[in-house]
Design a protein around this ligand. Sequence first.
Ligand SMILES: Cc1cc2nc3c(=O)[nH]c(=O)nc-3n(C[C@H](O)[C@H](O)[C@H](O)COP(=O)(O)OP(=O)(O)OC[C@H]3O[C@@H](n4cnc5c(N)ncnc54)[C@H](O)[C@@H]3O)c2cc1C
Length: 326
Amino acid sequence: MTTSHDYDLIIIGAGPIGLACGIEARKNGLSYLIIEKGCLVNSLYNYPLNMTFFSTSERLEIGEVPFISHGAKPNRVEALEYFRRVCTTWNLNVKLYEKVVSLEPSTMGHVIKTVKGAYSCSHAILALGFYDLPYLLNVPGEELPKVKHYYDEPHPYFGQKIIVVGAANSAVDVALETFRKGADVTMVIREPAILESVKYWVKPDIENRIKEGSIKAYFNSEIRKIDNISVEIETPDGVRILENDFVLAMTGYQPPFEFMEACGIKFRDDEFHTPVYNEQTMESNVPNLYLAGVVCGGLKTNKWFIENSRVHASMIVQAIRKNSGK
Ligand SMILES: Cc1cc2nc3c(=O)[nH]c(=O)nc-3n(C[C@H](O)[C@H](O)[C@H](O)COP(=O)(O)OP(=O)(O)OC[C@H]3O[C@@H](n4cnc5c(N)ncnc54)[C@H](O)[C@@H]3O)c2cc1C
């Protein structure tokens, strides 16, 4: 495999924050490349089709490109349109559908190998997000096609008995949307209540649906076994067998820790497995390797989001300029 081109900066991940890093590099005259394993803003592309962002559109803007949406808060289609426009406005240097498989130190900085080739660069950014690895239920039957870890839209669940696992924003959104499109919804929730972190304008809705019984909920309960026609759950009142057509496991996602470790990243000894980085420069424990976006929070995947991590891009590029005298 030959190494092509020496870049000042390679950014792994073309999510909103990876794109923001590319824009900042371009503005500052660095040679750069963004490498993405899927399509542009791959995580957003895989979000539920009818989702609406909780942020207003101007808070998601990057690269001074105005984000105009029909409502105050944009939806997924508007966000995809927006980030495509950002990419063309800045004529960003992005390679799509090219998964990065390794990043190793070299005399120059790093060598990055992908499924299609190899690249060298003096600095690199991991802007990997957290949406690729769902937390598994780890129960028999999880491999059945009726069990989903990603939710797209409500129509397939019309007239079906579904179980939604989880008590955070995604689970609540899925339970309400499928219920309103004609599904028979039961929530299985490990905790004693809907989580406090659920959006304040949605929480009363789900709590009232549960109270009136239109959405059933088992609290302090967990799925034990899934088969083609039923699900076994353990509840405080004993084991229950529920008739079931689909299980939507909205149990969250985690960053690609294995890949990060293989890149040499170390982690703090805390409950969130937070990666080690300098909070002023975003540089990790590996010299000239930076972290940006949601990946910086480790398992606390709601710590960093688009709104509050857009700033990582300029922090990193300023640090690179300072280090390298560019
Ligand atoms: C339903 C939902 C609603 C949300 N609403 C909001 C909101 O209103 N406001 C807000 O600020 N945030 C919101 N968020 C959070 C926000 O979407 C994420 O924080 C944001 O996507 C983080 O951007 P990122 O660039 O860090 O990561 P991502 O957008 O996840 O991008 C990471 C990219 O890296 C790529 N990648 C990973 N591994 C590799 C590899 N080995 N090689 C190449 N590419 C790789 C992935 O394919 C992905 O495209 C929401 C999240 C969800 C799930």
